[in-house]
Write a protein that binds this ligand. Structure first.
Ligand code: ASP
Length: 298
């Protein structure tokens, strides 16, 4: 048996039906890959690539813009095998940052490469680059201009009149038929971000974590909250030390985030038994999952 959950962010989501349709197409493709014997790490990378290529999500193409009007991307991937991990932050022009993270995991002696050095590494490994115009959509320019003129830093889609925002990072977690877990997370970060800001998404243990002995986790939401509570590792530790299921650990992790930092975030979790967990402290979350052959209600 295998399991897969993918997400497209949390918040107040006005176009949920449209986003869920996209999520379910990718979920079906990923589930078919798992059924045909693909590895968890191949499947989470594939699903995140599909989400990065879709401009509706805040990752890869269609990412939010930073203070200077550019797209800077963060991503991380982790394989539950020997806690292998790769991460990248603040990179520009890389079509699929999740593939850069995977290449760092597999082809470098390091875990985390940032900025110009990471871009050079991507170039030397033949990863696809795209011009700025590929990443920047008119919707994101409008959103950035509104944030700049209001002098604020906002999180992804700032719907007019909403007090809650949508935080549209993407992620995937999977268990394959060999009992291996993997997790992947990718984001453009937050609108109008400044000073080289990096959130939780590329930080192992915060926005992403996977260990074959416990669970795989991908988080989304306000990066500063997730970083301060080391959310993904907190959840894995609840499975490890307290024997919780994915759902129990997801819920307790989000409870802790709310208690400690009044945090706004969501998580998807698959444990080593293929059980699924989803929890969020925002009004809504976009996700879809197939757990041990059963499709989750969303
Ligand atoms: N967690 C991401 C960040 O803070 C934002 C998001 O989830 O959309 O960069």
């Amino acid at each position: 048996m295998s399991s897969l959950i993918i997400h497209g962010g949390v918040g107040t989501i006005s176009n949920k039906k449209e986003l869920l349709e996209k999520i379910h197409v990718i979920l079906k493709e990923g589930s078919e890959m798992l059924s045909s014997g693909a590895s968890a790490v191949d499947v989470v990378e594939y699903c995140v690539i599909r989400l990065e290529d879709d401009e509706f999500f805040n990752a890869g193409k269609g990412s939010v813009l930073n203070e200077g009007g550019s797209v800077e991307l963060d991503a991380a991937i982790m394989s539950g095998d020997f806690l292998m991990a790769g991460a990248t932050a603040g990179v520009r022009g890389i079509k699929n940052p999740i593939s850069l993270a995977r290449t760092i995991m597999e082809k470098s002696e390091h875990v985390f490469l940032v900025g110009a050095g990471a871009e050079d590494f991507a170039g030397s490994h033949g990863l696809k680059k795209m011009p700025d115009s590929y990443f920047v959509t008119s919707k994101r320019v409008e959103q950035w201009e509104a944030a700049k003129s209001a002098g604020v830093t906002t999180l992804d889609h700032a719907e007019k009149g909403d007090s809650e925002k949508k935080y549209g990072t993407v992620g995937a977690v999977a268990l394959d038929d060999k009992g291996k877990l993997a997790a992947a997370t990718s984001t453009g970060g937050i609108v109008n971000k400044k000073f080289g800001r990096v959130g939780d998404s590329p930080i192992i243990g915060a926005g992403v974590y996977a260990d074959n002995n416990t669970c795989a986790v991908s988080a989304t939401g306000i990066g500063e909250h997730i970083l301060r509570t080391v959310l993904a590792k907190d959840i894995a530790d609840r499975v490890r030390f307290e024997g919780m299921t994915a759902q129990e650990a997801a819920q307790k992790g989000i409870d802790y985030l709310v208690e400690q930092v009044d945090g706004k975030a969501g998580v998807i979790v698959i444990d080593k038994n293929g059980k699924c967990g989803v929890s969020f402290s925002t009004p809504d979350m976009v996700y879809g999952g197939v757990c041990n052959g059963i499709t989750m209600e969303t």
